[in-house]
Design a protein around this ligand. Structure first.
Ligand code: ZN
Length: 132
């Protein structure tokens, strides 16, 4: 039993034309224009082509590649934050020594404020019109 959508040249030709149009679409050709005549002759709709193109554009390999990149970034972030937490924990164990230089938590935060302010002053000196 033949369907109406088999088109003027039969199902075999229709299948071939369908395949050609899908490949044109996959390589970015203006298939709606260049394949219009063949699509009309074989009763192939733009929706059919677009569905097939979307189906083929999502191969499993590209999906898993994206996941593995995302996973490796997350792993690297986790490793780094664990390392940072370990360093912070070790530094927090240092007691205030009353002797300079001291690396206790309070002295370190005080020093970091001083360094930050110094950096701002140096920046202003080097670029006097930066904030003008
Ligand atoms: Zn201290």
């Amino acid at each position: 039993m033949r369907q109406d959508s088999a088109g003027a040249y039969g199902a075999g030709v229709r299948r071939q034309v369908f395949e050609v149009v899908v490949r044109q679409a996959l390589v970015g050709a203006p298939w709606q224009q260049i394949c219009r005549g063949q699509m009309l002759a074989n009763a192939i709709s733009e929706d059919e082509i677009e569905q097939e193109v979307n189906r083929r554009k999502r191969p499993e390999e590209s999906k898993s590649a994206a996941v593995s990149t995302e996973q490796s970034i997350q792993t690297a972030r986790k490793d780094y934050s664990q390392f940072q937490a370990a360093v912070d924990a070790a530094l927090d164990q240092i007691a205030h020594s009353q002797v300079s230089p001291c690396a206790c938590t309070k002295c370190r935060s005080a020093v970091s404020v001083i360094l930050k302010n110094t950096a701002v002053e140096v920046q202003k000196t080097l670029h006097p019109f930066a904030n003008a």
